[in-house]
Design a protein around this ligand. Structure first.
Ligand SMILES: *Cc1c(COP(=O)(O)O)cnc(C)c1O
Length: 371
C-alpha cells in the first residue's frame, strides 16, 4: 500500500546524517532535533504550539486528559474511523457517542453531531478521514452554540487546507480547541517508528499538555498533574525534520496519483470515486472507492494474484465492534457508516507511484469489473 523504501532512497543521505547526528550527540531523549522539528512544524501549520508525543493514540488520550474530561462525559465522534479514536474515549471512562458520516466525503455529518448532543456532551472529535478535513466551519459553530471542546483527529490529513465561509483558510488540526496527529510510518508525514503530536493555539492548554506528556511534571520531581510518559524519540524527530521539508511535494505526488485513478475510474458505473469536500483540500492518505454491486472479496483476491495490494478501511464500524457493544449502538443505527464498511476499498496510495504502476493497477481493477 505504501513504498517506504522508495521514498527513503531518494533522501537517504539527508536522513542518515540527521540520525547520525543524534547518535553522535547521545541525546536520545529530548535531544535538539525534537525542538527543531517542533518549531518547523509550528511554522508549517501556523499554530502557536506543537507538543510532540509518542504516537497518535497518546495524542488523543492526552488531549482529553488536558481538557479535564471526566468519567461519564460524552464525546461525539465517528464510527467510521480507526479504533484509536474511540479507544481512548473508552479507556478514560468517557462515553463514546457515534455520529454518522457523509456518503461522499466519508467525514462526520455536523447535523448528526448536533442531533446527538445531550446535557452530558463535553467534546466533539471530528476525524479528518483519508486526507480531507471534516466540515470545521459548521462543527465550530455547533461547538460554540453548545459550549463544547473540539479535538481534531488529524492523523490522516496533515497538511490539508481547510477553508471557511469568509474565505480564510487554516491547516487541518489547528482549528479546534486542540488537534492531534500520528507520525506512524505509513501516515502522510511518517517517521521510522512511532510518533505523534498535539497542536493548539491556547497557551494554558499547551502548558497542561506539556506537563501531562511528561509525567505531570513542570518542575522536576514535582507533579501537579497525573500524567503519562509520552515523548517523541529524538531519532524519530531527526527523521521527521528532514521529511517535513518534503511534505508539500509528497502531498502533490499523492494528488497526482489520485487524479490518475479518478480519470481511469470516473466514468465506470460500478465504481464511485472519492468525493472532494467543498471546504478542504484532499491530501489523499487513502484513495478509497465505493463498489457498486461488485464482489469485493473476489476483487481483492484478483488484485492480490496480480501482486496489487488493496485494503478495506474499515471492514467493521466501531459501534458494531464487540468491545463497544456496551455503549448500546446496534446494526442500523448508522446506516451510511454501515453501508460504507460493506463496500469501500482502498488502493495503493503513496508518494512513489509511477505512471506504469498506476496503469497496471487501474487496468487490473477495470479488467475484473468488466469481465
Ligand atoms: C493512525 C491513526 C490513529 C493512531 O495513531 P498511532 O500513531 O498509530 O497511535 C488515530 N486516529 C486515526 C484516524 C488514525 O488514522
Amino acid at each position: 500500500m505504501v513504498d517506504l523504501r522508495g521514498q527513503y532512497e531518494k533522501i537517504k543521505h539527508e536522513i542518515d546524517s540527521s540520525i547520525q547526528e543524534v547518535i553522535d550527540s547521545t541525546a536520545f531523549i529530548k535531544g535538539f532535533a525534537v525542538g527543531q522539528f517542533q518549531e518547523s512544524l509550528e511554522k508549517y501549520l501556523d499554530v502557536r504550539h506543537v507538543i510532540p508525543c509518542a504516537n497518535g493514540t497518546d495524542a488523543l488520550q492526552v488531549s482529553m486528559m488536558a481538557l479535564g474530561l471526566k468519567p461519564g462525559d460524552e464525546v461525539i465522534t465517528a464510527s467510521f474511523t480507526f479504533i484509536a479514536t474511540a479507544e481512548v474515549i473508552a479507556l478514560l471512562g468517557l462515553t463514546p457517542v457515534f455520529a454518522d458520516v457523509d456518503p461522499g466525503t466519508f467525514n462526520i455529518v455536523p447535523e448528526d453531531i448536533e442531533r446527538r448532543i445531550t446535557k452530558k456532551t463535553r467534546a466533539i472529535i471530528p476525524v479528518h478521514l483519508f486526507g480531507q478535513s471534516a466540515d470545521m466551519d459548521k462543527i465550530m459553530q455547533i461547538a460554540k452554540k453548545y459550549d463544547l471542546y473540539v479535538i481534531e483527529d488529524n492523523c490522516q490529513a496533515i497538511g490539508a487546507d481547510c477553508f471557511f465561509k469568509d474565505d480564510t483558510s487554516k491547516k487541518a488540526g489547528t482549528i479546534g480547541t486542540i488537534g492531534t496527529t500520528s507520525f506512524f510510518p505509513s501516515k502522510n508525514l511518517g517517521c521510522f517508528g512511532d510518533g505523534g503530536a498535539l497542536f493548539t493555539n491556547d497557551d494554558e492548554l499547551a502548558k497542561k499538555v506539556r506537563s501531562i506528556v511528561n509525567h505531570g511534571m513542570t518542575v522536576r520531581y514535582y507533579h501537579d498533574d497525573i500524567g503519562v510518559n509520552s515523548r517523541l524519540d529524538t531519532i524519530q524527530a531527526a527523521v521527521l525534520k528532514v521529511k517535513l521539508a518534503y511534505l508539500d511535494e509528497y502531498i502533490a505526488a499523492r494528488q497526482k496519483a489520485a487524479a490518475f485513478y479518478d480519470s481511469a475510474f470516473g466514468s465506470e458505473p460500478k465504481l464511485t470515486i472519492p468525493a472532494r469536500a467543498a471546504l478542504s483540500t484532499h491530501v489523499f492518505h487513502q484513495y478509497t472507492l465505493k463498489l457498486n454491486g461488485v464482489d469485493r472479496a473476489a476483487l481483492i483476491e484478483y488484485l492480490a494474484e496480480k501482486g496489487i495490494p488493496a485494503m478495506i478501511y474499515y471492514p467493521v464500524p466501531i459501534h458494531l465492534q464487540k468491545a463497544y457493544e456496551q455503549y448500546g449502538f446496534k446494526a442500523g443505527d448508522l446506516p451510511v457508516t454501515e453501508d460504507l464498511c460493506s463496500r469501500v476499498i482502498s488502493l495503493p496510495m503513496h508518494t512513489e507511484l509511477d505512471e506504469e504502476q498506476l496503469k497496471y493497477i487501474t487496468t487490473s481493477v477495470l479488467e475484473f469489473i468488466n469481465q
